[in-house]
Design a protein around this ligand. Sequence first.
Ligand code: FES
Length: 403
Amino acid sequence: MANVKVGLIGALDMLKFKNMKKVREAAIQKAPAEEIKGVWAINENAKALHPEFIEVVVKEVIDHKNASAKTFIFSKEDGSPLPYFRAGQYISLKLDINGTSTTRAYSISSSPKWALESKYAITVKDVKDGFVAPYILNNLKVGTKLVISAPLGEFYYQKYRDEKTLVCLAGGSGITPFLSMAYAVRDGIEDYNLVILSGSRNAESILFEKELADICKATSKVKVVHVLSDETKDGYEHGFITSDLIKKYAGDAYSIYICGPSAMYEFLSKELKKLDLPRRLVRSEAMGVTKEVEKESGYPKTCVGKTFTLTVIQGPKTYTVKASSNETILVALERAGIKAPSRCRSGECGWCRSRVTKGTFYISGTDSRRWSDVKWNEIHPCCTFATSDMTIEVAGEYFPKTK
Ligand code: FES
């Protein structure tokens, strides 16, 4: 045992600490059993920084016709500051689309500085045969009111984990969190170096080329390289983002940040193995759940093509919902008109947590549930698929009309 000398003051401190539980219990017993009235600065700050939802109005729409995308700038109606955030975080939009209550997460593309001026920007790219993106692009106009979450997510620089240079690998509209990071570095809010390798089909379809070029002129800490897969052009790299390209621009020590379509993740996972980086230095933005779960190696083949019955208990109500094997439980609930909670839709935030009381299921990708979730048979319906008939307890959620 270590020989530790404790002085008189130290001994008194330890005694005080040992008695603390008793002292607190006595204080609690002595206190009146009435609600404490009053406004506490700490609670007001917490409410302002972490509201459960925020009502905003669309102030401006910028059409990026070249990239089939639009940027939407939201503000609070009274112009008061929006919650501050770390560059790289996302917000989740609550939408009512012809009776279906759903959410979608979009990275904030503006500088954190804008939040203080009551502004967030997101950029939405069209998705062929999509459900939400076409709705947003066709229906959100200047003046539309909607409800969003506070900024969320862990996709941001952390001093004690990351190297001082971030190599950001972007595919198409996956550039948005990196644009926010670049603004944050330019504005002196974040202190690191950014090397952005931005993949596009051709020069014509590049998103935010001018904005990024302007940032590079304003600060030497941001470097941008455009990589064109379908076109060869002077001043641009040609092909895909590979390990060789990363080595060419990255320098000696760096963290990798990835945001783009799922095909890009698959391609990069092989390329990054060649770099042999520690796991902590590779960060990927969550981008939803696979649309082809039945192709995953762990998926039970006996369930392919089946439809299951979900008994959904939500407060005093019970619903019966059909869920096909290739749709998440969350999508099945939303399709049935149930207002279910969700934010990231990627199995990360835990907001959709629901309890299974009967039945079996398959979780796509990495099971990121807490130990206690597993113990109490709680699942994240956003990334979980039914593999039998099930009974689930689902929390309620507030969904206003998008006006
Ligand atoms: S919505 Fe985030 S874990 Fe399901």
